[in-house]
Write a protein that binds this ligand. Sequence first.
Ligand SMILES: [Zn+2]
Length: 384
Amino acid sequence: MTDIAEEVLAWLKPRAEEMEALLRRLVNIDSNSFDKAGTDAVADAVTEVLHADGIAVTRIPKTGFGDVLRAEVPGCESNSHALLLGHRDTVFKTGTVAQRGYSRAGDLAFGPGVADMKAGLVTNIFALRAIKAAGGLPFPVVALFTADEEIGSPTGRAEIEAAAKGARAVFNAEPGRVSGNVVTGRKGGASFHIKVTGRAAHSGVNHEAGASAIEALARKIVKLHALTDYRTGITTNVGVIKGGNTHNTVAPWAEAELDLRYVTLEQRAQMVAEIERIVHHDDVPGTSAEITPVATFLPLERRHSEALFGLYRDAAARAGFAVDGEFTGGCADSGFTAALGVPTLCGLGPIGGKAHTDEEFCRIDSLVPRTQALALALCSLPLR
Ligand SMILES: [Zn+2]
């Protein structure tokens, strides 16, 4: 254990109240992915805290979604950087804070995005501050704060991929699992919009002249759902359907939203081809169908997280807790960096659960130790 690691550990030790105060402040800013003013207000707060410690923050302007922040604690030698990831957006609609802002009961904190991932932002900010206070590492530590992860990172992805190029490691502070574990594997996901066009006809007068878009879609859904294979980890789910005009009209249109999850990039290519084949198959003469990709997340394959996990487990032991790696079907930005072949570990934020619900919680007593473990893991990254 180096002197810097000791210093970082000691600097973080008495920060629990300060960390909670920042968590309260960040949770109490509504920041739905589509609320640019809100996610930018979170960016302002993050910038203010980092600037107070003299940490450089670059703001990359975005239209439509919140700006991207890039903070950096320079390295004292020129080596490739380490990258911290965090998203400022939540799934909760603007106005949620007024109804149920930050609250605390015992060791649990509540509020919109408290675990996913305002607490993770706090972790990244304090890890940067601790490393800055210790005079920096032999390599730069860069942190990105993006604003549209919950909708598939339409603007964040390019920034994340650019920042990950050449990185020695990527650490994503998505919530730690309820078990206390971190995430060593994630499914990839993709969502699609399917639109079927048919031909309208009076269902009593000239039924035979119609071509039912609803029937065509229904036949496709049965085949799409049959692609699910729990053994290989592939799932398909049509979660939304719409279509038709009246009960006595042969339906001229029907639409569906499809979600696909997979474990490896190889599966992704196979499944996308299979889905396209099913959608374009002529199920009902006179109908036609189109499919449009909506959002894509790439998988975090275990082979990209293994080495970092070993290092993190040692860091966690030093910070006073035991930890294991866990696989989850949920997607995150860490898949984008792992897919580039950059060593990536996820779920390093404070422990939390019930994300995306009104009961979402964060374990306040995990703020300091999780941040210590992240900072120590950074300190122990091998030089190359
Ligand atoms: Zn998240």
